[in-house]
Write a protein that binds this ligand. Structure first.
Ligand code: EPZ
Length: 419
């Protein structure tokens, strides 16, 4: 088990190359199960979550090869049961349900368990499969979906907290091989959903409207192999922009899609930072006095929940009182108590964090609880006086490729220490 040790107060500058998107790569890798033919996926980030997905594909019978950022999958034959042992490690495993149901008309996956960021049911996924004509059985910790055949229909994926990203992906992947037309209303509009739809289209699927809240899918008889490059990771890019905001002279993120980052760059500009760039790269630098903010997380194109913790770290030293309201995962505030251990002045009021900016933070031993919370603690450590030790950094390796090396290239004093 590693920990990360940061000596704060170093000024960062330079550029960082953004990796492929975790939240795009995972459903795209699952989608390779939809064909017997060979699929080649490029720019797949080297993350533990990706390893888990490749283990699941191999367990389901697919041939999987990996050469640095390129993954080749051929699922000539597949079995349809994804066991607890692998699925428990990663919730996103649930997105093999759709492709298996679409292809084999049945799938059994261990029900995802609890999650520290909050309640994460899959009722909308199952509602979508039932709409396509599948029966759903939850038994002994497994969910089994099966149907003699699937028929196109109209489904709304609107839930109590809005739509669902992986739910949209899962239903789309089942519907591409269903008989007739499926209309997904209240679909998620995230760039990762569009990236999956683009890959499915390369495999021969008929999909229109991805990126809008109404997706129309014309079922196909079968799909073929395809090649695809995963989009850049907008959350990793946003995290490095905040590193630049927190401790930077000028920091540039390269190989990004700036159009996917608008909600993040708008907030950083409102906070008083200078940002400029082209569509492929973005630079951030201090630009005089900073301003406190009121932020609400929303589904895309709103401010992403996956950037909420990192924003709390930044706002902890911005003068004035800011508020951050979490609308997607109302309990997603595990990072607050650790930031307070570093001297942040934050009060939680239901699903809103009220943050009174303090002059500085002080380094301390802290505990990572989930992926984005650990990113926030690293950012706070860059800023803090003295040394910060972050324990349980396996969380960070789930979603950030070589984050410590990339920060060292920007001038941070950070090291990974075996415990
Ligand atoms: C995806 O999770 C991302 N994960 C999450 O990123 C991200 O936080 C989330 O979307 C929201 O943007 C991947 O893409 C692998 P949801 P997902 O279903 O699809 C409720 C990270 O840090 N809901 O869109 O699982 C749910 O409880 C991770 O990289 C239902 O009620 O999230 C939540 O409140 C963390 N019923 C809301 O919808 C359902 O059937 C949105 O969840 C499904 C979801």
């Amino acid at each position: 088990m590693d920990k990360i040790v940061i000596r704060g107060g170093q000024q960062l500058s330079g550029s960082v190359r953004i990796s492929g998107s975790k939240n795009s790569a995972l459903p795209i890798l699952a989608a390779t199960l939809l064909t017997k033919e060979r699929c080649v996926i490029q720019r797949v980030p080297d993350l533990s979550d990706v390893h888990y997905m490749l283990q699941i594909l191999a367990h389901l019978g697919a041939e999987v090869e990996r050469a640095s950022g390129t993954v080749t999958v051929q699922a000539e034959k597949v079995n349809t049961v994804a066991p607890y042992e692998i699925v428990r490690k990663m919730r996103a495993s649930v997105c093999v349900l759709g492709p298996l149901l679409g292809r084999e008309k049945e799938a059994t996956v261990s029900m995802p368990g609890g999650c520290v960021i909050g309640d994460r049911p899959i009722d909308l996924h199952l509602r979508g499969f039932e709409g396509l004509g599948a029966a759903v059985r939850v038994h002994a910790g497994n969910v089994k979906v099966f149907a003699p055949e699937l028929h196109g229909t109209t489904i709304s994926l609107e839930g109590k907290s809005g739509t669902t990203v992986l739910g949209t992906d899962n239903v789309m992947m089942a519907a591409v091989l269903a008989e007739g037309t499926t209309i997904i209303e209240d679909a998620a509009r995230e760039p990762e959903v569009v990236d999956l739809a683009n890959f499915l289209q390369k495999m021969g699927a008929n999909i229109e409207g991805a990126g809008t809240s109404r997706i129309v899918i014309e079922g196909a008889k079968e799909l073929h192999g395809a090649e695809h490059e995963v989009i850049p990771d907008r959350i990793e890019a946003g995290t490095f922009l905040i590193a630049g905001a927190i401790a930077g002279k000028e920091v540039t993120v390269n190989r990004v899609r700036a159009d996917h980052l608008t909600a993040i760059t708008d907030v950083l500009r409102d906070c008083g930072f200078g940002l400029n760039g082209t569509n492929g790269s973005l630079s951030i630098r201090p630009n005089g006095a900073t301003k406190s903010l009121n932020i609400k997380t929303q589904p895309y194109p709103g401010f992403p929940t996956d950037m909420q913790a990192q924003m709390c770290a930044l706002l902890s030293t911005v003068a004035g009182v800011s508020s951050v309201t979490e609308n997607i995962f109302p309990q997603r505030f595990m990072h607050i108590s650790e930031l307070k251990r570093m001297g942040a002045a934050i009060e939680l009021d239901g699903s809103t964090a009220r943050i009174r900016g303090v002059g500085s933070l002080s380094g301390a031993p802290v505990m990572a609880s989930d992926l984005r919370a650990s990113a926030a603690l690293i950012l706070a450590g860059l800023l803090a006086d003295g040394t910060t030790e972050i324990n349980r950094v396996y969380h960070i390796d789930r979603g950030y490729e070589m984050i410590d090396e990339k920060l060292i290239d920007l001038g941070a004093q950070i090291e990974r220490v075996k415990v």
